[in-house]
Structures are given as structure tokens and as C-alpha cells.
Design a binder for this molecule. Structure first.
Ligand code: LLP
Length: 416
């Protein structure tokens, strides 16, 4: 159940008639529901209720300030991976203490910025990174709290490009080296090692890989503590999948039970970093039909959104459901291929799906587009980024306006 439902044959986002939005805002645009964000956040919070824990929203999933602020106002901290994301989290009112700085390639400048702003925790992924952070923190006369992101060598059984916990992946430090690095960190003047972090991938639809990873982390906690170190923090990353079509991801309750069973007795403070779970089904992408193009054996529905606006189908073969904004009167459907205008064969949103008879200007929407949609968009083919709106009950706000062509061209400079 999402907040995007038909009322008398018209798609509503909460209590806003989506077709009516298009009388003031040209398609394509992203449309998010504040009530969905709230509902998802509160459900996650409730599932973690019995733990000493916090939620740090993985800002990369959707980093619009209005989205971060909505979640921040509910109590979320932020999981960030760049100076830009730190700035976004801070600008949305998230206190620096509640920010976890993740990522395999933090630069010295980013570390300096994060330390100066008072970012609460650094998730470290290599010995070199640890040493650099120590140098930077020392120079600033500060102590950086560090969790080691371990690579548990577990296959998340998700799309290859979003699996991060196998030993051949670039992420984390070999879990068996964690005690050694922990020991080293304890001896560095500007570092305080506080715990471990793990994130094995995204859009997981089974608990099994989580179980494997959490068990390995639990074993490591014992080993590190036995060596005489204090360890108070475990960061469990994100990764919980959502339903795009017929996927059956674990229920939150099952996820929480798994945490209880694998890590419940450790007496640690837990951080979870959900991204997709909080925002994925809280957003849609609204688009119009430019034209119908029939070739010998195919019917192409050419829409005004494209792979530059939502790259997930092209990059991960993701399948976002597509439906009409106004429910068609006839039940007749035609096998259709939904494509964008970009000059690439991969610019396809859906292959061979049944859609109603459509004609120019008809409105369609792509479902579950709230996560990794707008944030991954580009201006390829010199298409300006598309607007984003946030619906709150009966009203909507444009939370990112469409840039003009002057804005787009104005970024370039012809040498004199
Ligand atoms: N924590 C860390 C360290 C991460 O790298 C990620 C996502 C998350 C948390 C949040 O994971 P989530 O709960 O959203 O699964 N662009 C891809 C997804 C890339 C995920 C990258 N890391 C997609 O569109 O499917």
C-alpha cells in the first residue's frame, strides 16, 4: 500500500490529483509523498524500538534537502559519502554528531571538512585511510571516532552492480584484518576506534546474506573485545529491499528478529543506514507520451522522460512498474515498449509490456522511483534535470525547479 492510488479513475498522490499538477508543471517530474516517507521511517523506527539504536538515512538514495529534512525532523541522522552530502545533511538541519561518513575514497579535504564540522563517526575502509584520517585530525587537534567497515565475503544475492560484500569487491577491509587494524587504531593519537560497520549490498530480498554477515561481525566483536579493546558501536548499513513488482523482501519484523538473534546479546549501540526502504516507494516519475511509433513488429511508446532522468532500468535492468495516470475507459491493452528520446538503444524503461491504447500527451507514471532516481540523473543529450515535487496531503511544493536552458549552457565557457 503506497500513497499513490486511484480515486475515481484518477491517480492521486495522497490527496493531490496528479493529472492536475501537470496544468502548472510540465512533465517529466518526480513526485514524492511526505506521508509515505513518514510511514516508512516510523515503521523502521518501530522495528528497531527494542534496541539501543539509531537510524542514519543513506542520503545517496535521495538527497533533496526537503527529503532529508523530512526524515531529519522525524529523528533520522545521516549516512553520507561525500562533502556534498555532508553539506546537504547539515543544510537540512541534521546535527553533525548524527552524521556517519562512509565511503571508500574520502579525500584529505573531505576529512578536514568533516572533522571541522564535527561529524560524529568515520567508517574507515583501509589502513591508508586510517593513517590519513589520523594525520588530518591531529593537525586540527581533534579526535576522530572510527568504525571499521569490514568486508565479510558474503554474496548479497542481489544485482552484481549493487553487491558490496564479496571479497573481490572494492569495499571494506578483509574482516580477518579487523583486529589488527583495531589494535593499530588504538595506538594512534588522533583516532578513537569505537566499532565495526558492514554493508553487503542493496535491494536484498533474502535475510540469509544478512544473517551470514551479522554472524561474522558478531564473532569479530568477541575477538576484538578479547584483545582488550572497547567496542560500543555496530553499524549494520542499509540494503533492505523493497517491492518493485513481485519481489517479496523480508518484513521489517523479520529483519529486527534477525538482528536480535545474531547481535542482540552484544551490548552495543546499533546504527542502521536504510536508503531505498525509506524513499523508494515514496516517489513516482510522471511522464507524458510524446508519440506512438509502430515499426514492423513493435509498438514503441516514446515518452518525455529518459534514461538520463532514471537510469536504473538501463544500468541494473531494473523493472519499474508503469501505469496510466488516468485509468483508461477501455480494458484493451497492446504490447508496448516504453522508451525515452535519448540516442541510445538502452534508453528503454520497459520491454514488451501490456499497456492501454495510448496517444500523444497521455500521462504515464513509473513506480517506486523515489530512491536512486533523481540523484543519479544527468543532463545527457543536453536535457535539463527534471523538477521534483513533494506532496503533503492536499498540497504540493516544487522542491527542485527545472533549470532553464540558460542555466544549462551557462555552466560552459568558450575560451576567449
Ligand atoms: N550504507 C552504505 C554504506 C551504502 O553504500 C548504501 C548504498 C546504503 C547504506 C543504503 O543502501 P539501501 O538501504 O538504499 O539499499 N544505485 C543503486 C543502489 C546503490 C546503493 C549504494 N549503497 C540502485 O539504484 O539500485
Amino acid at each position: 500500500m503506497t500513497q499513490f492510488n486511484y480515486q475515481n479513475g484518477r491517480l492521486f498522490a495522497e490527496n493531490v490529483d496528479v493529472a492536475e499538477i501537470t496544468s502548472t508543471l510540465r512533465t517529466p517530474f518526480y513526485c514524492y509523498s511526505k506521508a509515505s516517507l513518514r510511514k516508512n521511517y516510523l515503521a523502521f523506527e518501530e522495528a528497531l524500538d527494542k534496541f539501543n539504536s539509531r537510524i542514519c538515512y543513506a542520503v545517496k538514495a535521495n538527497s533533496n534537502l526537503a527529503i532529508i529534512k523530512t526524515l531529519g525532523d522525524l529523528g533520522a541522522g545521516a549516512d553520507v559519502v561525500s562533502e556534498g552530502e555532508i553539506r546537504r545533511a547539515l543544510a537540512s538541519g541534521i546535527p553533525a554528531k548524527k552524521i556517519v561518513f562512509s565511503g571508500v575514497g574520502k579525500t584529505r579535504e573531505e576529512m578536514e571538512f568533516a572533522i571541522t564540522e564535527g561529524v560524529g563517526q568515520f567508517n574507515i575502509e583501509s589502513k591508508g585511510e586510517l593513517e590519513t584520517l589520523n594525520e588530518v585530525a591531529k593537525k586540527l587537534n581533534k579526535i576522530a571516532s572510527v568504525a571499521f567497515r569490514v568486508n565479510p565475503d558474503v554474496d548479497a544475492q542481489t544485482h552484481n552492480k549493487i553487491s558490496t560484500g564479496r571479497k573481490e569487491d572494492k569495499f571494506g577491509i578483509d574482516i580477518n584484518l579487523a583486529p589488527h587494524l583495531y589494535q593499530k587504531a588504538a595506538g594512534l593519537p588522533a583516532i578513537e576506534p569505537v566499532g565495526l560497520a558492514v554493508h553487503i549490498g542493496s535491494q536484498l530480498t533474502s535475510l540469509k546474506p544478512f544473517r551470514e554477515a551479522f554472524k561474522r561481525v558478531a564473532d569479530m566483536v568477541h575477538i576484538i573485545r578479547k584483545a582488550g579493546h572497547s567496542l560500543s558501536q555496530l553499524d549494520l548499513g542499509g540494503g533492505l529491499g523493497i517491492t518493485y513488482n513481485d519481489e517479496k523482501p523480508p518484513e521489517l519484523q523479520e529483519y529486527a528478529e534477525l538482528i536480535q538473534n545474531t547481535l542482540g546479546k552484544l551490548d552495543v549501540h546499533l546504527t542502521c543506514e536504510p536508503g531505498r526502504f525509506l524513499v523508494g516507494n515514496a516517489g513516482i516519475l510522471v511522464t507524458s507520451v510524446i508519440r506512438i511509433k509502430e515499426t514492423g513488429n513493435k509498438r514503441f511508446v516514446v515518452v518525455d522522460a529518459a534514461m538520463n532522468d532514471l537510469i536504473r532500468p538501463a544500468l541494473y535492468d531494473a523493472k519499474h512498474g508503469i501505469s496510466s495516470v488516468l485509468q483508461p475507459r477501455s480494458e484493451n491493452t497492446v504490447l508496448s515498449e516504453v522508451v525515452g528520446p535519448i540516442c541510445e538503444t538502452g534508453d528503454i524503461f520497459a520491454r514488451q509490456i501490456e499497456l492501454p491504447e495510448l496517444s500523444e500527451n497521455d500521462l504515464l507514471y513509473l513506480k517506486s522511483a523515489g530512491a536512486y532516481g533523481a540523484v543519479m540523473s544527468s543532463t545527457y543529450n543536453s536535457r535539463p534535470l527534471i523538477p521534483e515535487i513533494l506532496v503533503d496531503n492536499v498540497k504540493f511544493t516544487i522542491i527542485r525547479a527545472r533549470p532553464s536552458y540558460d542555466d544549462l549552457l551557462g555552466l560552459d565557457q568558450i575560451p576567449s
